[in-house]
Every structure is written in structure tokens, then in C-alpha cells.
Write a new protein. Structure first.
Length: 219
């Protein structure tokens, strides 16, 4: 699981996974400095309080077992960009723990894009809206992971939903991730939580009031 640490800049977590990767939401940032040398291509951002280098890579080369060199657009000091950053943890060849900071996606910011504020880290135990939102996103991601595990094991009936419904929810979540939409599991919540008592239905002989359209719904 990725690092669940709201103090990790830029704080606003989009998703975590079970491979030690944290993906942040898109931010509008300003390039402070670009690095292009033997260690690859990377950027520093004005808004980053730690002044760290975030690396850009090419496609994964399966034959070489490493990423190709970055061959995309190069940015310069002062450029405003919309960027999605990622943090990952991994085990080095010598067995020690390592961490990487990557630029997952980047594009020039549009003229109407507003710079992202330099968010203050949320302190655990406070009631700030940002802290609740971040933890809610992490919890939603964990729920999806549980659903995937149950579906793979053929145990969705143990929580009262069909396998087809589970697959549909997982597919929708996958499409949402590809389109950078927030993870929405409201359909799953509806299936898991019994509906509250509904108001009594209108008797079949009752006529609709004047101006009211009576609609038949197929459930």
C-alpha cells in the first residue's frame, strides 16, 4: 500500500495502490528548474517546499527491464504546467528501501488554469476538511481493493451482491481512473446498505393530481 501520509507534498491524494505507489491529483505548478543529464530528465517546482526533483520517464522497456529515456516536451524555468505527481516505494537491488518521485502526466497549463495553492499538511486528529477528504479517498480505494479480492475469489455473494454487479462496479472504477475521475462507489454502497423505509405507494385507483405526470418505471 502506498504511503498514507498527508504531510507528503503535494498532499492531495488521488489514489493509493498495493505496490507502494501514491498518485496525487493534478496540480497547476510552476517549473523552478529543469535537469537533463546522465540521471535522466527531471523538474523542480516553485511550490514544492522540499525542493525535490520529480523525474520524467519514457515507456517501460521490457527487454532492458528499465524505462526508456524521456523523449517528450522539455520545459523551462517559469513554465506553468498541469501535472500529476506520483510517489513510490521499492526495494533496491541491495535489499534496502528506496523511494522515487515521478511525473506521471504533464501538459502545459491553459491560460485559464489557476495556480494551485501551496497546501498546508493536515495534522492527524484535526477536523480539517482536507484531512477528512484525503482519508475518505484512501478508504474508498481500500474498499475497491476488497471488492476486487472478493470477486477474484468468487465470494461476492458473501456480502450480498452478484458477481456481475461486482464486475460492473470494478469496470466503472477502472474507466474512471483512466479518465482521471474521482473514485465513486455509490452503486456499491446502495447494494450493501439496505434502503430506508420507503413512503407508501399511491393506491392503483388513485388519479394523479392536475398537472402531474404519472410515469411507470420498470425496476
Amino acid at each position: 500500500m502506498g504511503i498514507r501520509n498527508e504531510e507528503l507534498w503535494p498532499h492531495d491524494i488521488f489514489k493509493l495502490d498495493d505496490k507502494g505507489r501514491t498518485t496525487f491529483n493534478f496540480k497547476v505548478l510552476t517549473v523552478d528548474r529543469a535537469f537533463d543529464g546522465q540521471y535522466g530528465y527531471g523538474l523542480k517546482f516553485v511550490e514544492d517546499p522540499d525542493e525535490l526533483i520529480w523525474n520524467l520517464k519514457g515507456q517501460w522497456n521490457e527487454q532492458e527491464r528499465q524505462f526508456d529515456a524521456y523523449a517528450g516536451k522539455k520545459y523551462q524555468e517559469g513554465d506553468r504546467v498541469e501535472v500529476q505527481l506520483g510517489h513510490r516505494t521499492y526495494t533496491k537491488k541491495d535489499g534496502t528501501a528506496g523511494e522515487g518521485r515521478d511525473v506521471n502526466r504533464i501538459r502545459p497549463a491553459s491560460e485559464t488554469s489557476q495556480p494551485s495553492p501551496q497546501a498546508e499538511p493536515a495534522v492527524q486528529g484535526t477536523s480539517t476538511g482536507d484531512f477528512r477528504t484525503t482519508n475518505q479517498k484512501a478508504a474508498t480505494g481500500q474498499v475497491l481493493n476488497i471488492l476486487v479480492s472478493l470477486t477474484a475469489a468468487g465470494l461476492t455473494d458473501s456480502i450480498g451482491i452478484t458477481e456481475d454487479a461486482a464486475f460492473a462496479i470494478i469496470k466503472e472504477a477502472m474507466i474512471g481512473n483512466l479518465e482521471d475521475r474521482p473514485l465513486d462507489l455509490s452503486t456499491l454502497h446502495t447494494l450493501l446498505v439496505p434502503a430506508k423505509e420507503q413512503p407508501p405507494e399511491r393506491p392503483a385507483t388513485e388519479q394523479p393530481e392536475e398537472g402531474e405526470v404519472k410515469e411507470k418505471l420498470d425496476w
